[in-house]
Design a protein around this ligand. Structure first.
Ligand code: ADP
Length: 497
């Protein structure tokens, strides 16, 4: 067992050891292993980080965007050099299998190279003026100090998605990572520090969400909050930001569905369902939690899915033989268990799994068996509420129209998928599904960094991370008029007689 990593705050270019209490982050595959100890920061730490970010903003916003981007390029290169070390740490700290953990880091690397390219774009528009000798254009302006509040399920990728475009756009940031991924966040910020960023441009404050996260959201000197987490917490964050006039980007829950039509390639659809439902033990906001199966293929598909699911190997993420890792912590494990009980009470049946894993070698971790719930009805709680675990609900549908109606019948709208060989249905699904992301013949998970990411309804608040749309989160538009006529010209004067 390795010695726990000591995770300090990073404020104004300095690592600050804890003046206050210390918390622990443990390996969910082995609760005896303390992966890291981290600072339980106070509002004083938050004040110091915000002051540093505010001070740094004065000069950082004036650094040319291509030069700002060079730092991000450097971060991308360093992430590449530290990829394996970071992946191992991700697996140990939050449990996902190594293959996925490497993907998490790779997403950060991809994001670095993509965001760095934006340093030489950040395009605005030039627009004709309605008057002679007058020039009109739009330019992107940074917003200021950004509080970035992140979850544990993509402990490297999600902070990168936020920090990188924020910095390229000329903002300074304070990262408040999830308690369960404090070590990953610390290693990531070490890499940003190594890239030589000026002090105060990136700050890190560890601690408890209700304490440090809330203090950041309420802070009068924070201009923007970008939050990824549960819809319940997101609603609270959004309410405070509304009251305090902050720009807010919220990425919240999902209840993603995959439709399988009667003409689908069933093998492909099963492959997609297994990966979508049980990848990262179902702990992705894009995880497949409902399978909407056309009645003609339901029996066959279910048998194939059950057979594949029965072969999945539960284990520590760091074990190369593992297909499905642990649940992140005890609270989440109990939540998953509770939902399976609710499903049973509501009349669903457990086709496979449904229990906390009983194998001796798994006793010391938070392992839940990959679970298929059958006979689920669209209005049951397990078909409506986010579970965030390796649990998928099977719902039978009689037609394409019914499948779309059931898919849309939740408060969430992040990812979605349909397996069909019928091009007309595929395009009708693209049009009619209420979600930020729709996959045709692919699982609900697998976003790429150069495309917009986000959802509708209670999943988001209209923003899209990643892609060029990330720039719309981290900049304000300024409209500029340059009058070179030498005389007063008045707009909106009706001179048509
Ligand atoms: P989860 O259910 O996965 O823990 P949360 O939405 O509670 O999801 O947490 C996501 C992030 O939000 C974490 O970094 C957490 O510390 C932070 N957080 C939790 N509560 C609050 C809050 N009241 N205000 C701001 N941030 C919070």
């Amino acid at each position: 067992m390795t010695t726990p990593l000591i995770c300090n705050n990073y404020i104004n270019g300095q690592w600050k050891s804890a003046a206050t209490a210390i918390l622990e982050s443990r390996n969910p595959a082995n609760k005896d292993e303390v992966v890291a100890t981290f600072v339980r920061s106070t509002t004083a730490d938050v004040d110091a980080a915000v002051a540093a970010a505010r001070q740094a903003y004065r000069s950082w916003r004036l650094v040319p965007a291509p030069a700002r981007a060079e730092y991000i390029l450097k971060v991308g290169e360093l992430l590449g050099q530290h990829k394996e070390e970071l992946a191992q740490l991700i697996s140990r700290e939050m449990g996902k299998p190594l293959l996925e953990a490497r993907g998490d880091v790779q997403e950060g690397i991809d994001c670095a190279f993509y965001s760095a390219g934006e340093g030489r774009r950040l395009f605005g528009q030039t627009v004709p003026s309605e008057m002679p000798n007058k020039f009109a254009m739009t330019v992107r302006m940074p917003i200021g100090v950004c509080a970035l509040i992140t979850p544990w399920n993509f402990p490297v990728a999600i902070p990168c998605w936020k920090i990188m475009p924020a910095l390229v756009c000329g903002n300074t940031v304070i990262l408040k990572p999830a308690e369960d991924s404090s070590a990953c966040a610390t290693k990531l910020v070490e890499i940003f520090a190594q890239a030589g960023l000026p002090p105060g441009v990136v700050n890190l404050v560890h601690g408890i969400g209700e304490e440090v996260g809330k203090a950041l959201v309420e802070h009068p000197n924070v201009d923007l909050v970008s939050f990824t987490g549960s819809s319940e917490t997101g609603a609270q964050v959004g309410a405070i930001c509304g009251r305090t006039y902050k720009r807010t980007c919220l990425e919240m829950g999902g209840k993603n569905a995959q439709i399988v039509m009667e003409d689908a390639d069933l093998q492909l659809a099963v492959d997609g369902a297994v990966w979508g439902a049980f990848g990262t033990a179902g702990q992705r906001c894009t995880a497949t939690s409902r399978l909407l199966l056309h009645r003609e293929i339901k029996e066959k598909f279910t048998a194939m899915l059950k057979e594949r699911t029965s072969k999945l190997r539960l284990g520590a993420g760091t074990d190369p033989h593992t297909d499905v890792g642990p649940i992140v912590n005890e609270r989440q494990l109990q939540r998953v268990k509770r939902y399976v009980e609710i499903a049973r009470q509501e009349g669903a049946t457990v086709l496979i799994g449904g229990e906390i894993a009983g194998e001796e070698q798994l006793q010391n971790g938070y392992f839940f068996q990959p679970t298929i719930l059958d006979r689920v009805k669209p209005k049951m709680r397990v078909a409506q509420e986010e579970i965030f675990g390796p649990v998928v609900a099977l719902i039978e549908v009689n037609s394409f129209e019914e499948a779309i109606a059931v898919l849309n019948d939740t408060n969430y709208g992040l990812s979605s998928s349909i397996y069909t060989r019928d091009i007309n249905r595929a395009f009708a699904a693209i049009r009619d599904i209420e979600a930020g992301i729709t996959y045709i013949n692919g699982p609900t998970i697998g976003a790429e960094v150069h495309l917009p990411f986000g959802g509708v309804k209670h999943t988001g608040n209209g923003h899209r991370e990643a892609g060029t749309t990330a720039l719309d989160i981290f900049t304000e538009w300024k409209t500029v008029y340059v009058d070179f006529s030498g005389s007063l010209q008045r707009a909106q004067i009706d001179n048509r007689g």
